[in-house]
Every structure is written in structure tokens, then in C-alpha cells.
Design a protein around this ligand. Structure first.
Ligand SMILES: O=C1O[C@H](COP(=O)(O)O)[C@@H](O)[C@H](O)[C@H]1O
Length: 292
């Protein structure tokens, strides 16, 4: 058995059958993990919207602020419905980027640009609450500056973890690349193995553009909730590898995502879940857990 994994699994079907046709709970020693499997990408998008609204409401009720961390790639295009969703107080919402490309905000590669167009331009969020990467800096400085901005946020809005003093974001939305990378934490790279630091520079990313900044795995794993969103046929192979095949150390960053004491959710649709051995899930499925 992989270290840190504990069966059994309780399968709960029918929690909001329309939006969540199948919800599979995985309980591990570190995190409360589940897979939300939707029949269509549209229903998955609606499920993602609901998940964000619920996290926002809980965070504002608990501490008067909601910290939401976003990824790039295919994720921003799914965020549009949040603009009209009821229940998010944008004046109390703070937006961060789990990783960002070191490019101008006008560049098509900029995650900030994609999120701005899909969501932020549609909602009344104060500009000071959107934590974009600084433009035009060498990537090391961009990472240091981003980390410094996070450190300056009071613990009342962004608490620190008891274990290591990492920021505890309310919700981090991740994508997963075909090689299993999350954020800009790529397989077999030193940034992925980092156990210290909040934000690191990436100078030669295997996926273009080469310069990026990224939050570290300990920051991701300090979050209250992490949702990995993987929709469509192009994700089916990596979803199966991450959820069902224990990788060699360092080979699959997505298998390192285990928010300590927080919740982990995988948001899938039928196309991305097609290669999963769903029939065996009710018999005590374990999440594979590789190390770096
Ligand atoms: O480069 C990146 O890739 C991942 C995955 O993107 P996807 O398009 O395959 O969904 C993304 O999560 C990350 O933020 C981004 O910088």
C-alpha cells in the first residue's frame, strides 16, 4: 500500500443527482479526498461554480474574506459563470495565481489576461484584491516580489499553517497537464521537490513560455481546499495515471497534491474519466501516492 493512503472508500451517490451524478469519497490519512464525476462538461462547470460559491460563503462567514487561487491553461475559460453566480461577495474576495507566466499582461500567454477577460472584468472586485504578477521583472525578482506581497497580507485574511507557517488559502483551483504537472511544478524538477518557500521562479519550463513563477507544493498542500479540474478527452490518460497508477518518485507532481487537513476534490467529466476503472471504486479504491 502506498504510504499515507487508507481505504476503505465510502461511495455516496445521489448528492444532488442532477449536478453530481457520482461522488466517490476517498479517505486518506492526510486529506479528505473525493472525485466528482459529471455527465457533461457543462454540468462539471456548474459543479465547479457551486464548489467555489460554497467555499466563498464559508470563508466570508468564518473570517470575513475569501482567498481564491487560480491556475492558467484551460481553467480560466471555465470561470465565466462565477460572474453571475449568487453568493460571492466580490468586495471580500481576493484573487491569486498559483502560477503565472513571466510575460506582459497583454500577452496571450498571460494567465492574468485570461482570467481578466473570462471573469474579473465582469465582477465588482477592487483592483487591489487581484494579486497579479509584476510585469517586466527578471523572473527571480518577480517571484520574490510576489512572495513578498503574500507575506504582507495579514493573517486575519490569509492565515498561516501551524506546520511550517505556509499561507492557508481558502480554495486553490488546479489544472493538470498531460505530463502530470500542476501549477508550474513539472515532473522531476527541483521546484517540485521544494519543501520551503512560498513562490519560486521557473526559468526553463518544459512547456512554453519558459519563464514562470509558481507557488510551491507545501503552499498548495496548506490550503483548506484544492480542486483539480480536468475535463475532456485530452485529459483521460493523465487522469487515469494520476488516480490509478502509482508513479515513480518525482514523476507525477499531481500525485503530490494532498492538502494536509484540507479537502481535495477532482472535478471530472465522463470523457476525462473514461479510462478509470470506475467499477472498482466501490470496493476500496486507494489514491496512489508517490513521493518526490
Ligand atoms: O502551463 C500550465 O498548464 C497547466 C495545465 O493546463 P491545461 O491547459 O492542460 O489545463 C495549468 O494548470 C497551469 O496553470 C499552466 O500554467
Amino acid at each position: 500500500m502506498a504510504s499515507g493512503t487508507v481505504a476503505p472508500v465510502s461511495v455516496s451517490k445521489g448528492a444532488g443527482v442532477d449536478l453530481i451524478p457520482h461522488q466517490f469519497q476517498y479517505h486518506t490519512t492526510e486529506t479528505d479526498a473525493s472525485v466528482l464525476l459529471y455527465v457533461t462538461p457543462e454540468k462539471a462547470q456548474a459543479g465547479l461554480t457551486k464548489l467555489v460559491v460554497e467555499a466563498a460563503q464559508a470563508a466570508v462567514k468564518a473570517k470575513g474574506a475569501f482567498t481564491l487561487v487560480l491556475s492558467g491553461g484551460s481553467l480560466p475559460a471555465l470561470l465565466g459563470p462565477l460572474a453571475s453566480a449568487k453568493g460571492i461577495d466580490w468586495s471580500k474576495t481576493h484573487i491569486f495565481f498559483v502560477d503565472e507566466r513571466n510575460v506582459p499582461h497583454t500577452c496571450p500567454d498571460s494567465t492574468f489576461k485570461a482570467v481578466q477577460e473570462a471573469l474579473l472584468s465582469q465582477v465588482p472586485i477592487p483592483a487591489s484584491q487581484v494579486y497579479a504578477i509584476a510585469e517586466g521583472l527578471p523572473v527571480e525578482q518577480a517571484a520574490t516580489q510576489y512572495e513578498g506581497r503574500l507575506i504582507s497580507i495579514p493573517a486575519s485574511a490569509l492565515p498561516r499553517s501551524a506546520d511550517g507557517g505556509f499561507p492557508v488559502f481558502d480554495l486553490i483551483l488546479l489544472g493538470v497537464g498531460p505530463d502530470g504537472h500542476v501549477a508550474s511544478l513539472f515532473p522531476n524538477r527541483p521546484e517540485t521537490a521544494a519543501t520551503q518557500g512560498w513562490v519560486l521562479p521557473v526559468k526553463d519550463s518544459p512547456k512554453p513560455p519558459p519563464e514562470r513563477i509558481t507557488m510551491t507544493m507545501p503552499v498548495i498542500n496548506a490550503a483548506k481546499e484544492v480542486a483539480v479540474v480536468a475535463l475532456g478527452e485530452s485529459k483521460r490518460e493523465i487522469v487515469q495515471r494520476v488516480l490509478e497508477v502509482q508513479a515513480l518518485p518525482g514523476a507525477l507532481p499531481a500525485q503530490l497534491v494532498r492538502p494536509k487537513g484540507g479537502k481535495l476534490k477532482w472535478v471530472l467529466d465522463v470523457a476525462s474519466a473514461e479510462l478509470l476503472d470506475v467499477a472498482s471504486w466501490g470496493e476500496g479504491k486507494e489514491f496512489p501516492r508517490s513521493s518526490f
